[in-house]
Design a protein around this ligand. Sequence first.
Ligand code: BGC
Length: 258
Amino acid sequence: MEKSHDKRFSGTDFSITCQRYLNMKHTPQRILSIDIGGSGIKASLLDPEGNILVDYRKTSTPVPANPEQIILAIKTLVADFPDFDAISAGFPGYVREGIVHTAPNLDNESWKLTDLSEILSHELGKPAKVVNDADLQGMGVVHGKGLEMMMTLGTGFGTAILLDGILLPHLELSHLPATKSKDFDQYIGEKALQEIGERKWNKRMERVLHIFKTVINYDALYISGGNAKRLTVPLDDNVKIVSNREGIRGGARLWKQA
Ligand code: BGC
């Protein structure tokens, strides 16, 4: 299936979307920022500086979590939002130029090569940019100095790395092997937490934090996601727990980058 003519979302006129995008000479003033997760989808409205204009609304991630269902859930979630002029979305998988390549914690197969930025533009009528969810969160929380790392602890394990505020994209560090049979995503994701309980999960987290500290040598590490609050391991001074609310502000940064 040709990406820009995805029949599941018929009527897409990609040229109109592109034109709208090219016509956007100024930084958008009201950005709809969407965080698509394995268990929930959140949306808020931001100003160009990332200040929250409309607080965080949330809905459950539909099952099956395929493109049709997710788009429907997003449309319902933002139906009564005030006007916005651009869209940013964080997606839980490998995304390149708005096109989804993997979605390990969603209905993976159905997402392959889905042009999510084009579909969101078409369905919501505004230009859209889509990046990995941890990348978007990272852009929301980093200070822009040195090597900063973001980790998200939710349904999956997300990572992002930024150097002086510039994102190093497409890193899927959570799919490095953690044991003979598990990658880091499986080792400390939500499913593992449910299976082994908080005490053992924290033991694993201690190991994971030690590995990434040794390998990445970051200046600062930020940790967010629903399971960040379950961490009981002692954290170094350069490690900070941050909220998803802070992370979603990365949607504004996305439109500031050239
Ligand atoms: C995906 C990452 C994503 C993370 C958190 C992992 O399964 O591969 O791309 O950032 O989950 O959602």
